[in-house]
Design a protein around this ligand. Structure first.
Ligand SMILES: Cc1ncc(C[n+]2csc(CCOP(=O)(O)OP(=O)(O)O)c2C)c(N)n1
Ligand SMILES: [Mg+2]
Length: 319
């Protein structure tokens, strides 16, 4: 199956939304206007934007710590995301979790987790609920997290139980400063699928067409009750976290080299297909900026949390 013109433009628009938002997050952190730990997905925008075309709005989406792009791509509340970055009471976790804990249960999105690897287990648990309710789970994490035991336990259990889960690995060959040569056995993460006799494949994670064609094939397999699949998407992250603000100028340099940039690559493709024109590109970029501006205004005008509410939502029975 192929992406049609409307889908391609939706993916493009989402990539622009994520790119502009993540760049603004870096810029505002550098200025000291927002604080906390933030993990941008700059350079990896094709993966969240394309996966949004293979799951349904009420399917579960579970990610690791680099989940901001997935939160946005699923159509979760963008204003609430920005309010969270500003630590405001209107934030998606009321200003308590910050960027690393973005989630929106009204959109079935558990798109934050600070404990590397743990989300694979949460996704597998969600798989039992999804199976009961006729939905699927899309679980996304970095290649480093696949070295945790819970990744293997999850694949084993999901396979035995035929859980409806698409496991997606964002392979950026970096785990907080290490490379796979230092940390990871085997040549490809997708090969780990063969240990469980489930389908596994590696695709170009900076190409929406490559991601989509394999992901949709796997989602058909999963929806037909045959159990999980493992999709490895090769990409590159431009910066590990906003904490290293010195990286920002280098990050911006990457945008200037189209071979590193999934958005520039997609623009070339869309132009060759006659889908993208100068006017349309401008309109899409303006739309992304307008959305961002509206979210910033909402966040900046939102109240800070009230310290007396600090114990709310901590225990199921209020104390
Ligand atoms: C259990 C645990 N160990 C270590 C860390 C510190 N840590 C945060 S991100 C990270 C690397 C993760 O690499 P990968 O899974 O490839 O994801 P990426 O950051 O590249 O998206 C590590 C080791 C952590 N948060 N949790
Ligand atoms: Mg990584």
């Amino acid at each position: 199956m192929m992406l049609d013109m409307e889908d391609r433009l939706d993916i493009y628009q989402k990539m622009l939304q994520i790119r502009s938002s993540e760049l603004k997050m870096c810029e505002l952190f550098k200025k000291g206007e927002i604080v906390g730990h933030m993990l941008p997905c700059l350079g990896q925008e094709a993966i969240p934007s394309t996966l949004a075309k293979v799951y349904a709005p009420d399917d579960y989406l579970v990610t690791a710590h680099r989940g901001g792009g997935h939160y946005m791509a699923k159509g979760c509340d963008f204003n609430a995301m920005w309010a969270e970055l500003y630590g405001r009471a209107t934030g998606t976790t009321k200003g308590r979790g910050g960027q690393i804990h973005l989630m929106d249960m009204s959109h079935f999105a558990m798109t934050g987790n600070a404990v590397v690897g743990q989300h694979w287990g949460i996704a597998t648990g969600a798989g039992f609920v999804a199976r009961k309710r006729g939905k699927i789970v899309v679980a996304v994490g970095g290649e480093g997290s696949t070295n945790r035991g819970i990744f293997h336990e999850s694949l084993n259990m999901a396979t035995v139980q035929k859980l409806p889960i698409l496991y997606v690995v964002e392979f950026n060959n970096n785990q907080m400063g290490n490379t796979c040569e230092e940390t990871t056995a085997g040549t490809r993460i997708a090969n780990r699928a063969f240990a469980y006799d489930i389908p596994g494949a590696t695709v170009d994670g900076n190409d929406p067409d490559a991601i989509y064609s394999k992901a949709i094939e796997y989602v058909d397999h999963i929806r037909s009750g045959k159990g999980p699949c493992l999709l490895e998407c090769i990409t590159g992250k431009w910066t590990d976290s906003v904490s290293n603000i010195r990286q920002l100028p280098e990050v911006l340099e990457k945008i200037k080299s189209p071979e590193n940039d999934c958005i520039a690559r997609f623009e070339v493709k869309l132009r060759a297909e006659g889908i993208l024109t100068d006017a349309l590109e401008k309109a899409c970029k303006n739309r992304a900026q307008e959305m961002l501006q509206a979210a910033l205004t909402f966040a900046q005008n939102s109240p800070l949390p009230n310290p007396s509410d600090g114990m709310d939502d901590v225990f199921s029975q209020p104390v």
